[in-house]
Write a protein that binds this ligand. Sequence first.
Ligand SMILES: NC(=O)c1ccc[n+]([C@@H]2O[C@H](COP(=O)([O-])OP(=O)(O)OC[C@H]3O[C@@H](n4cnc5c(N)ncnc54)[C@H](OP(=O)(O)O)[C@@H]3O)[C@@H](O)[C@H]2O)c1
Length: 317
Amino acid sequence: MTEAKIIAVLGATGSQGGGLVRAIQGDPKGGFRARALTRNVESEKARALAELGAEVVAVDVDDPASLERAFDGAYGAYCVTFYWEHFSPEKEKAQVRAMAEAAKTAGLQHVVWSTLEDTRDWMSIDDERMPTLMEKYKVPHFDAKGESNAIFTELSVPTTFLHTSFYWDNLIFFGMGPQRGEDGKLAFNLPMGDQKLPGIAAEDIGRCAYGIFKSGDEMIGKSVGIAGEFLSGAEMAATLTSAYGEDVVYNAVPFDVYRGLGFPGADDLGNMFQFKHDFQEDFLGRRDLELSRKLNPDLQTFATWVAANKDRIPSGG
Ligand SMILES: NC(=O)c1ccc[n+]([C@@H]2O[C@H](COP(=O)([O-])OP(=O)(O)OC[C@H]3O[C@@H](n4cnc5c(N)ncnc54)[C@H](OP(=O)(O)O)[C@@H]3O)[C@@H](O)[C@H]2O)c1
């Protein structure tokens, strides 16, 4: 019997990495085994992954030696960064470099890097349609990831560049669920005008990544964009209306209003939505629904995701 190929998974206790570990361990005959990487091997989430049969190994992406140990002997790795833990594009780029260098040292045969667009390829830094943030970024949490793609190429790491989409789970965890207004009605607030937002169930990102690993060399060196569906705010509100059995009205929040909401990262996210809105054709064009379903035949639609999760979405009381 051939030995299972080890995929070292960063962010294994989180959304993207967790989906990948569950996909690998859910397919015992697939020829792969997950090495779940976490800062805390004793946490409840880490133990749950061990119970699925994953090897659980300690890592801190700020400690390059721990990354080298974590990747040692593996066939491949899933690399994802954690922007919202520190809000620093410079830190994100340093962490990607450490990941790519460890992948090179370990001689990994396939890395899937979870990236996003460098929006400065569409807008120069002095473009006035949206503010420049931190002196050199338009959408810091996108730009730092896109800029980091070059690190994998520069180090000749065999990499698939996975372009992800907005998690529908943000309705549960990021306060983006419908809010009840003073008029007693539920409003779904989103700054997307009448344009479509590519979205995905976070769990499906890892499942698509598993499809990429299973495809062997086919997607190495390529950019792959995934989404579950492309939907306008009005279409998402209509799905929420059917699921709740109560009217949910779409409210197209102006970009400037969103940027000014005052929570950490509001300006970054306001610019992100405006980028997706203003460059709709390119942004959608870089994500392939058919390929996403081919990589992950169980890909959820927004309606199936809402039906399974509506009780978890806080609806503002
Ligand atoms: N929300 C969205 O719509 C969306 C869409 C596309 C892309 N993204 C991107 O997704 C990324 C986050 O991925 P995610 O949502 O899967 O993350 P997540 O669910 O927040 O989980 C991140 C995991 O990473 C681990 N971690 C944090 N810091 C670490 C460190 N220094 N060393 C090692 N592990 C560390 C933590 O695990 P332990 O505590 O167990 O170590 C945590 O469980 C962000 O960069 C974001 O920009 C988000």
